[in-house]
Ligand binder design. Structure first.
Ligand SMILES: Cc1cc2nc3c(=O)[nH]c(=O)nc-3n(C[C@H](O)[C@H](O)[C@H](O)COP(=O)(O)OP(=O)(O)OC[C@H]3O[C@@H](n4cnc5c(N)ncnc54)[C@H](O)[C@@H]3O)c2cc1C
Length: 395
């Protein structure tokens, strides 16, 4: 039996000694460390914090120590997360490899694949991006057309992926490809790991309304991918894809509590920006909206707690299926509230007259809408809930 109280004390002591003061504040988007061959730390302290957490095995506490994880239990991992949050510490590494690919590698990867890729993720050496969506295959992902032909010792990949977040900054991409066009669409898909430096891979950033381009279209033109880069069995990529999506959606459902960006509580921000009398906000409308928001966040936090306990106890529950929808919709409400609180100060996209917090608020407001699309749109999530949770008839 683990002594969790003792473990919590030790975690607290270690963090007290090892987390630099400068890393105990909310982080603006530009300060995130994403790792990879071209990744840069925003400060010497950010590097120190990352290196200490990495050496302790706490970048991925629950992953096996043999691959650079902490080798800890889910409960211990949760305690570390809670203690890191308690002191307001920043995530030392923000990583699609940690959030999405790593769990799939641990579940489906060969020993060689785990040895090669997991440590590189934990050490922040390789930055990954996700090659799922294609022009014409978003919600209907299984209709994807990028094909991989068997050419003996390698696959020959041709096609393109779209909305590949940060493909231009990533070192590798995990991709769904069609390996059998003659069977039911889900049954002819495989999961490939592709080095972005391979001949024939090219990336074209997609310019957004903001002038920035986080999204890219990724092209594969006769790209040779070694057979050893196939994850799981040939034509069983759909199972890996769904497994990985569970992790992606879980992450997105927790955005409110675990955002790698600034975590701003509307209630706290309201006291900074609005008139307060006797500890109460003067504006009754906003006051009531804030209470509604706080109550729903409390309910979401309790449901997260419940799903963790159910998972740890091996109890199957439908609750996780609703959380992506609920969590990302709550983030939209939060962003609207923050803008209402900040008024014109919340309308700064850039410029020195606005604080980092104000600029981030507006950017997060735009991002909160995107989050109800990424990883499966809210409408599609409602379909999932109707079918799998409520068990409603198809039509
Ligand atoms: C911020 C962000 C980051 C992303 N990053 C990546 C990435 O890194 N890699 C990647 O592969 N993809 C990425 N995507 C793409 C994302 O997965 C797709 O946008 C998403 O799956 C929706 O697909 P689509 O854009 O083709 O929209 P469509 O599928 O064309 O949907 C259009 C509209 O129709 C609705 N709709 C579609 N089907 C149904 C249905 N059956 N019932 C009801 N309504 C329906 C949708 O809800 C939506 O409103 C990202 C998207 C966003 C917004």
């Amino acid at each position: 039996m683990e002594n969790l109280e003792q473990f919590r004390i030790e975690v607290r002591q270690w963090l007290e000694l090892n987390c630099p003061d400068s890393q105990r504040h909310p982080m603006a988007a530009k300060e995130q460390y994403w790792g990879g061959r071209t990744g840069k730390f925003s400060s010497a302290d950010a590097r120190l914090w990352f290196e200490r957490m990495r050496d302790k095995g706490w970048i991925a506490p629950e992953w096996p120590a043999a691959y650079g994880g902490g080798g800890l239990s889910d409960r211990q991992g949760k305690i570390i997360k809670e203690e890191v949050k308690r002191i307001g510490a920043r995530p030392p590494l923000v990583s699609i490899g940690i959030w999405m690919l790593g769990p799939a590698l641990l579940e489906y990867g060969s020993e060689e694949q785990k040895q090669k890729h997991i440590r590189a993720i934990v050490n922040g050496e390789i930055r990954w991006c996700q090659g799922y969506s294609e022009p014409g295959s978003g919600s209907d992902l299984a209709s994807l057309q990028t094909k991989a032909e068997d050419r003996g010792d390698h696959f020959l990949v041709n096609g393109s992926k779209i909305w590949t977040t940060s493909a231009d900054k990533s070192d590798w991409i995990f991709c769904l490809v069609r390996t059998d066009p003659n069977v039911k669409k889900q049954a002819g898909i495989s999961f490939l790991l592709i080095d972005m430096a391979s001949a024939g891979v090219s990336v074209s950033p997609i310019r957004l309304i903001s002038g920035e381009s986080e999204f890219c279209q990724t092209f594969f033109d006769n790209v040779q991918v070694p057979k050893e880069n196939l994850l799981a069995e040939l034509n069983s990529g759909w199972s890996v894809a769904k497994f990985l999506l569970v992790h992606e959606r879980k992450l997105m459902s927790e955005l409110g509590s675990d955002s790698p960006r600034q975590v701003m509580a509307p209630n706290v921000v309201a006291h900074e920006y609005l008139d307060v009398e006797n500890g109460k906000l003067v504006d009754p409308q906003l006051r009531s909206e804030l209470v509604d928001y706080d109550m729903s966040m409390h309910a979401i936090a309790l449901t997260h707690f419940r799903t963790f306990e159910e998972k740890t106890a091996g109890v199957h529950s439908a609750a996780p299926l609703v959380m992506k929808y609920v969590g990302t919709e709550a983030e939209k409400i939060k962003s609207e509230l923050l803008l209402a609180i900040m008024g014109s100060r919340g309308l700064g996209w850039e410029g020195e007259q606005f604080t980092d917090q104000e600029i981030d608020t507006l950017r997060l407001w735009a991002m909160s809408k995107a989050m109800t699309i990424a990883g499966g749109t809210s409408e599609v999530q409602l379909n999932v809930i109707a079918k799998n949770v409520l068990q409603l008839p198809k039509s």
